[in-house]
Design a binder for this molecule. Sequence first.
Ligand SMILES: C[S@@+](CC[C@H](N)C(=O)[O-])C[C@H]1O[C@@H](n2cnc3c(N)ncnc32)[C@H](O)[C@@H]1O
Length: 265
Amino acid sequence: MLKHAVLVALIESFKQKSSPFSILDTHAGSARYLLNSTESEKTREFAAGIKPLLSVAQMPSILHVYLNIVRSFNPGGALQTYPGSPLIAASLLRANDTLVACELQVDEAVRLKAEFQRDARVSCHQRDGYEALRALLPPKPKRGLVLIDPPFEAQFEEYNQILFALKQAHQRWPTGTYAVWFPIKLRQDAEAFYRHIAQLPFAKALLVELLLHPANSALRLNGCGVVVLNPPYRIEHTFSEILPVLARALEQSRYGSHEVRFLKR
Ligand SMILES: C[S@@+](CC[C@H](N)C(=O)[O-])C[C@H]1O[C@@H](n2cnc3c(N)ncnc32)[C@H](O)[C@@H]1O
């Protein structure tokens, strides 16, 4: 939910200008998740997270936009379908904006392609998202966003892969905006990642972090963050409005925390 709220905020900020923009979603998934499917623990997490948020009365406009997209996939009212990042992005694109969505896993990629077969603005590839970063940047139009949302199955190796991919991406497209989602277990590991991010040659790096538990256990997902490189002007204020509302809706203990901080400015 943090990642998707951030994604919506970034896309809405690109839409403040009339010129078209492009999105590259390197780890797109299958686009649509059935919340009542037996297949996944994760879908129950979505349901547990999104339901309290849907009942919040007053919230920043970006969260309204996000939740209205979720509602649009559940016309009957009951929460049965959750849209993944490519569907959320496509819901917000204008006629000339484009989305390239990559997914490595064959079955997921088949479902992803089926989802967008009639949408000329969206192209889907069954390929490695990191390889796509090297091959497809800079995008056309040369304004927009890359979303990097890996599964982190490889744990520490994934952080290294991300940092390496970002270094290469900077050479091809130094002015693009890049949003990277990552899990947080231990504070010291998160801070080490932040130090590496700050050393990348991008002009600015903004961190959005949401913890539901203290970051002191390697055995539990205590929270997550999104790092935004080359963030749009003043987007930190939008993130600062969104975070407390998300934190309250998702609260699991009084030891949660959240912050928006520049790692480099
Ligand atoms: C966290 S999920 C993506 C969720 C999606 N971005 C969303 O927000 O709805 C990560 C996805 O990356 C896929 N994946 C794993 N390694 C990949 C790679 N090297 N390149 C592209 N996709 C990959 C997985 O199959 C999985 O569907």
